[in-house]
Design a protein. Structure first.
Length: 357
């Protein structure tokens, strides 16, 4: 075969520039198709509602849609009883949900979650403490003492949970979470149990302490309610998630936080067992691991990222609001998910009976 010349390309209507341009166009088209690999697919994401979930949509769901073409519908607030019912039905509406640390352990024991395919998620980006077979952590959170600064001035506020339970020293109703976790931990701390001696929890002692404040309590079920009760002054103090205190504070509400005896928790993405579009669900969880996304979430919510590379991207003004900020972390205790895995069902039942008594 004779040697091919540039004239041959000309007779074929081709030039080297044309060939290179055409190859680039094919490459770009291929990349575009890959970037929109979930076009026409839909999943349902469920979290805790309110401003927190609004920010998750902006930081995680919207970038995921932009990159992949998948449509992410929002639902919430998440409810553990509804979670169980959906899975047991065999046809859950939710695909990706958010689980607290204790529910991650107990839910895994109840076979509520899809085991994660870690080849589809960059788990190497995440602090290993926040990676399990069934969940990948997106934030570290904490339950804190919060108070209305018009009713209780800063400097004269409750410094520990014993103060919160002292309605004579600090008059007014108490805003407490309608959940056995973290209320047993809070009650034991209020009764003088040291943080490093909390587990295994002494449930009898905790319920006895809760009896002392029960008549002064307004119970809340959602994080939005916890904000409203203290912001509106219906309660002078109580328990609130640190990020919710930050959200109310930055909007100018008369609310402040105390970090002493904070109770640390984690938020984990999970996939409901029996979900459809599992590959898309994995893709959304993977988007959550991106450092820039987590840093943006921390700036908006003041929750600690689980991607260590995200920490250095967080606004320095926000860092003192983070539960894992060193000065805050040393004042708190992490919920023991392994303890709750073996005791949550029985203690939930006891909690519901106690509430009705």
């Amino acid at each position: 075969m004779g040697q091919r010349t540039s004239g041959d390309d000309d007779r074929l209507g081709l030039t080297r520039r044309t060939v290179v341009t055409a190859a680039a166009a094919v490459l770009i088209a291929g990349q575009a198709r890959a970037a929109k690999r979930f076009d026409g697919r839909t999943i349902v994401f469920c979290s805790y509602g309110g401003s927190y979930q609004d920010n998750e949509k902006v930081c995680y769901c919207d970038p995921f849609t932009e990159k992949t073409g998948a449509k992410v519908l929002q639902d919430g607030p998440i409810n553990e009883a509804k979670f169980r019912t959906m899975v047991e039905s065999g046809n859950p509406v939710w695909n990706v949900g958010e689980s607290a640390l204790n529910f991650l352990y107990s839910g895994a024991k109840e076979n509520l979650f899809q085991k994660l395919d870690k080849s589809l998620i960059h788990v190497d980006r995440i602090d290993p403490h926040f990676v399990t077979e069934y969940g990948v952590g997106n934030v570290a959170t904490s339950y804190n003492i919060a108070y209305n600064t018009k009713l209780i001035p800063t400097g004269q506020h409750p410094r520990n949970w014993a103060d919160v339970f002292d309605v004579n020293k600090f008059p007014g109703s108490r805003s407490l979470m309608n959940k056995v976790v973290p209320m047993l931990e809070i009650a034991l701390l209020a009764d003088g149990v040291p943080m490093d001696k909390l587990y295994p929890l002494d449930a009898d002692r905790a319920f006895k302490k809760l009896d002392t404040v029960k008549q002064h309590v307004v119970w809340w079920d959602t994080f939005s309610q916890s904000q409203q009760l203290i912001v509106d002054g219906e309660c002078s103090c109580g328990v609130m998630n640190s990020g919710r205190v930050f959200d109310a504070w930055k909007r100018g509400a008369s609310v402040a936080v105390e970090w002493n005896q904070n109770i640390q928790n984690g938020g984990f993405w999970v996939i409901l067992r029996g979900s459809k579009n599992v590959d898309v669900a994995h893709g959304l969880i993977d988007e959550m691991t991106v450092a820039e996304n987590q840093a943006k979430m921390a700036d908006l919510n003041a929750y600690s990222p689980t991607n260590p590379d995200a920490l250095k991207l967080v606004d320095p003004k926000i860092q003192p609001w983070l539960p894992l900020y060193p000065d805050n972390a040393k004042l708190g205790v992490l919920i023991n998910g392994a303890f709750w895995a073996g005791h949550q069902t029985a203690l939930n039942d006891r909690w519901n009976e106690w509430k009705l008594s």
